[in-house]
Write a protein that binds this ligand. Structure first.
Ligand code: ADP
Length: 302
């Protein structure tokens, strides 16, 4: 499976440019689309699942042009939208059964088998008789991924699935996606939460202001921050100065001050040790230094 996104731009009716010349290639496995709120992630997801026609550019699925083959591409797709909703009057299994019949699975036995299988996969089998609106937030999200998996889609698009979940549910959700990524499918996961871009994401992109600022592996993304993450001990007075100068990642109180981790382009006189960057460090560094620089250069171009 392969998705190619070519020179995609989206300008909304109010002239707002939500995506600008986006080029991406997505292969089988888990693809993480990381970016802050308003970056254009949902816009891109909605174009991928054929809910929105881009203003410019196109998407190719296994070489097939999406704009000319909507129905066929749709048959490959499963989608969990950011604002996933369902009928409150249905029990959990009934909801999935209903969704499966809408997806065209006519044979009742086959449908019920698939429903049970999906309930097992997302850990909701024991709750199958609970009314769907009585499920917890995390369970509702899991029901959402179950409905996205009806009919064995080859491409699964999940838009900000972990927003608002507690840490335990977030991990649970990530594990479901990670199990899925063992199959020959493409999972496109959009998120503003760095922790969602786990080691299971073989590929990732960083979207900011509608533009792709980075594409590659999470390891490559982290590597760009080599030599820019520091650790040092500061007094209470120095803490104020250093936090004004650099983005602080963590600060741990200790006798007489703090042990701080921060990212910086240059140390400007501070004495600190370099430490191995994590994805979170890389994201903060990127947003603070690289994305801003790009903004400056765009301004100059204009
Ligand atoms: P994200 O999912 O990364 O938060 P979105 O794709 O939802 O980003 O939105 C990107 C930008 O486009 C935001 O500034 C948003 O306000 C704007 N936007 C989204 N949908 C519309 C729309 N229908 N009309 C106008 N602007 C929109």
């Amino acid at each position: 499976m392969k998705i190619e996104i070519k020179d995609l731009s989206q300008v909304y009716k109010n002239d707002f440019r939500a995506l600008s010349h986006v080029d991406l290639e997505i292969n089988s496995g888990m693809f993480g689309l990381l970016g802050p709120n308003g970056a254009g992630k949902s816009t891109l997801m909605r174009i991928l699942v054929t809910l929105l026609n881009p203003t410019h550019g196109d998407v190719f699925v296994n070489g097939m042009k999406l704009s000319d083959n909507r129905a066929e591409v749709r048959s490959y797709l499963g989608y969990l939208p950011q604002d996933f909703r369902f009928f409150s009057k249905l029990k959990t299994w009934e909801f999935l059964d209903y969704a499966a019949s809408l997806a065209g699975i006519r044979n009742k036995k086959q449908r019920l088998e698939q429903v049970d299988d999906l309930l097992e996969q997302v850990g909701l089998f024991d709750f199958r008789n609970r009314f769907a609106n009585k499920l917890s937030g995390g369970m509702k999200r899991r029901l959402g991924i179950a409905q996205a998996l009806i009919g064995d889609p080859k491409i699964v698009v999940v838009d900000e699935p972990t927003t608002g979940l507690d840490p335990e549910e977030r991990i649970r959700f990530r594990n479901i996606l990670s199990n899925l990524s063992q199959r020959e499918v493409i999972i496109v996961l959009s998120t503003h939460i760095v922790g969602d871009i786990s080691s299971t994401c073989s590929q990732m992109a960083l979207l900011n202001g509608g533009e792709v600022h980075f594409k590659g592996s999470p390891e490559q993304f982290i590597k760009q921050t080599d030599g820019h993450v520091f650790k040092t001990n500061v007094t209470y007075e120095e803490m104020k100065l250093i936090s004004e100068a650099y983005p602080i990642i963590t600060s741990v109180p200790e006798a007489g001050g703090y042990e701080v981790e921060f990212v910086a382009n240059e140390l400007n006189g501070w004495k600190a040790d370099t430490i191995t960057p994590s994805l979170e460090h890389a994201y903060v560094y990127f947003m603070e230094y690289i994305a801003n620089q790009k903004q400056v250069s765009n301004d100059i171009l204009i």
